[in-house]
Design a protein around this ligand. Structure first.
Ligand SMILES: O=P(O)(O)OC[C@H]1O[C@H](OP(=O)(O)OP(=O)(O)O)[C@H](O)[C@@H]1O
Ligand code: HPA
Length: 186
């Protein structure tokens, strides 16, 4: 069966965080991140987790640049939801090309939900020899199902324990470019 169209879903959805709130949260996060890396000789490796992390990563990168912190870009694609609303086995679609050995790595993603994605990706970076792996997410979902030992070093906003979309996050591959976060109607 086809998923409902975005317009239908939006009619029932709740606005959770508007664009202004998200942009403010990103600015605040950039202040803290700049302080963490300001004294380093080499720029951190800023790894965007596709697809969902892309809009947030772009905005965070500009906010860091504005504060004088250079970052080196790479990206990876690992997916657990594949357009659906519940997670399954993690599939790697692309791994970063930049050698991780000795690098300080920032993993940049839209949401920390149950944490399986960031746990697996973080472990892979460590296995590749990263000196330090930190996590920056736009949103953290509030529940008690997060895998042990995974938490974001920087998180913009909390979201309720509902399926959320917008600002990079999809509802059946729709709505990623909405400039706010919504929750599916209950
Ligand atoms: O904490 P978890 O429960 O592991 O879920 C979080 C992950 O799920 C989403 O990715 P998704 O698998 O939907 O891939 P996509 O970004 O390409 O949509 C999101 O972008 C995170 O990477
Ligand atoms: O609530 C969610 N929305 C979109 N993508 C996600 N990936 C994990 N949880 C979510």
């Amino acid at each position: 069966m086809n998923a409902p169209a975005l317009a239908e879903v939006m009619a029932d959805a709740d606005l959770i965080h508007d664009r202004e709130a998200l942009e403010d949260a990103i600015e605040t996060m950039a202040d803290a991140m700049r302080d963490e890396y300001a004294g380093d000789e080499r720029p951190p490796l800023f790894v965007t987790i596709m697809h969902g992390g892309m809009p947030f990563a772009a905005q965070l990168a500009f906010a860091l640049g504005e504060r004088g912190l250079d970052v080196e870009f790479d990206y990876l694609h690992a997916t657990r939801y594949r357009g659906g609303t519940s997670g399954s086995r993690l599939a790697w679609l692309h791994r970063p090309a930049t050698p991780m050995r000795g690098r300080r790595v920032i993993l940049v993603d839209d949401i920390l939900d149950e944490g399986h994605t960031l746990k697996a990706v973080g472990r892979w970076c460590e296995d590749e020899g990263a000196a330090d792996v930190r996590i920056a997410v736009l949103a953290t979902k509030v529940h008690d199902r997060c895998v042990d030992g995974v938490c974001a070093d920087w998180s913009g906003v909390d979201v309720p324990d509902r399926y959320v979309f917008g600002y990079g996050m999809d509802y059946n591959e729709q709505g990623r470019n909405l400039p706010a976060i919504y929750a599916l109607g209950e």
